[in-house]
Design a protein around this ligand. Structure first.
Ligand code: KG4
Ligand code: ZN
Length: 336
């Protein structure tokens, strides 16, 4: 079995996965959402301190599995430096204590492998990753052949949902709240710009849309009603959808990969999922999603990736494993 740890942001999570059967035998996640909610976003130092409390609580529960462990895996990049450190400190200690190999996992590769939990790998596959930290289209041809075809030049999809919710005085994370309100809203009431609509760039940008939403909210002032919030949510979600679809179609037009998937926290959004089902039909692509419970951050996806790394003996000495916080990437870069 492999033990996996995830602490790149505000979820403390540990999983145990059987290597040969790929079966998940244990998974627990302690989410810090409620604790960050009053700040309208994640506070890194608070997140780090909460990981230091919550990860050892979960670890207590997996002690009976220690004798079966063949490796320990942990997210080491990208993410918040202070929270990644909590996970890798625990992973290094376990690898040394139990004298088993250590595997460092790239968080975004983990999100991609959320598609293959308890399943075989599908490759090649084109993946749209929409999370709180990233918006990317990635061409996946192998574990070390994941090429970024499009990325965000400013905010990510999840982050823009969070900011939109914050501007309307709603809680955190904003994605599920906005999606819920949007179901009762009129998506055509507010005329919001579709980002980069007339630009040939194959890229994502959401900060202009966020500002347009801010101006609409300011225009409504103190008198903003529940229905106004629903209509803003629906109009905002529609603009995001149109932006994602427009740029994805450009990639689809020049890519012959038949399988397509959406992963990451915001891939739980059913309105966005439905829109993609439509264009995949149009472009003759098979569409795949991760199970809803594994869209947001979790250690199970890290464990699934680690199984492949284990077979390839992709190990690292504990004193060599370091964090690699979030950095800027460009089209054509590989996830390394
Ligand atoms: O993948 P994730 O858990 O963390 C990162 O790796 O960043 O993604 C979290 C993000 C948050 O910004 C949250 O608002 C967004 O995913 N999210 C959603 C939905 N559920 C979560 N965004 C849109 N619609 C949703 N239903
Ligand atoms: Zn994530």
């Amino acid at each position: 079995m492999i033990l996996s740890i995830e602490s790149s942001c505000d979820d403390s999570s540990i999983a145990i996965t059987e290597i040969d059967s790929k079966k998940v035998v244990f998974h627990k996640k302690i989410s810090q959402e409620a604790k960050h909610s009053i700040y309208g976003g994640v506070v890194p130092e608070l997140a780090s301190r909460l990981h230091a409390i919550d990860l050892p609580i979960i670890l207590e529960e997996v002690k009976p599995y220690f004798k079966h462990l063949k490796a320990v895996s942990v997210t080491n990049q990208p993410g918040l430096g202070v929270t990644l450190l909590e996970g890798i400190s625990m992973a290094k200690a376990l690898a040394m204590l139990l004298n088993i190999p250590l595997i460092g996992v790239h968080h975004l590769k983990g999100h991609i492998y959320s598609l293959f939990i308890e399943k075989e790998i599908i490759e090649p596959i084109l993946v749209l990753l929409i999370s709180g930290g990233h918006t990317q289209i990635i061409e996946v041809r192998g574990r070390d052949k994941m090429k970024i075809l499009a990325t965000s030049i400013d905010d990510s999809v999840g982050e823009s949902f969070d900011k939109c919710a914050k501007m309307m005085g709603l809680g955190y994370p904003g994605g599920p709240i906005i999606e819920k309100l949007a179901r009762e809203g009129n998506e055509d009431r507010f005329d919001l710009p579709v980002p980069l609509k007339h630009s040939p760039l194959i890229a994502f940008s959401l900060s202009g849309l966020k500002n347009a939403v801010r101006l609409k909210i300011e225009g409504l002032g103190e008198a903003i009603t529940y229905q106004d919030r629903c209509d803003i949510s629906a109009s905002f979600q529609k603009a995001i959808k149109l932006h994602l679809l427009q740029k994805s179609k450009k990639v689809f037009a020049s890519c012959d990969i038949e399988d397509f998937a959406i992963v990451g926290g915001a891939s739980a959004n059913l309105y966005i999922r439905d829109a993609y089902k439509g264009i995949c039909k149009e472009f003759n692509k098979n569409i795949h999603f991760a199970p809803l419970e594994y869209c947001s951050d979790n250690a199970v996806m890290i464990g699934r990736y680690a199984i492949e790394a284990y077979y390839n003996k992709d190990f690292i000495e504990p004193n060599r494993l370091d964090i690699n916080p979030t950095k800027r990437v460009s089209n054509g870069d590989y996830l390394l």
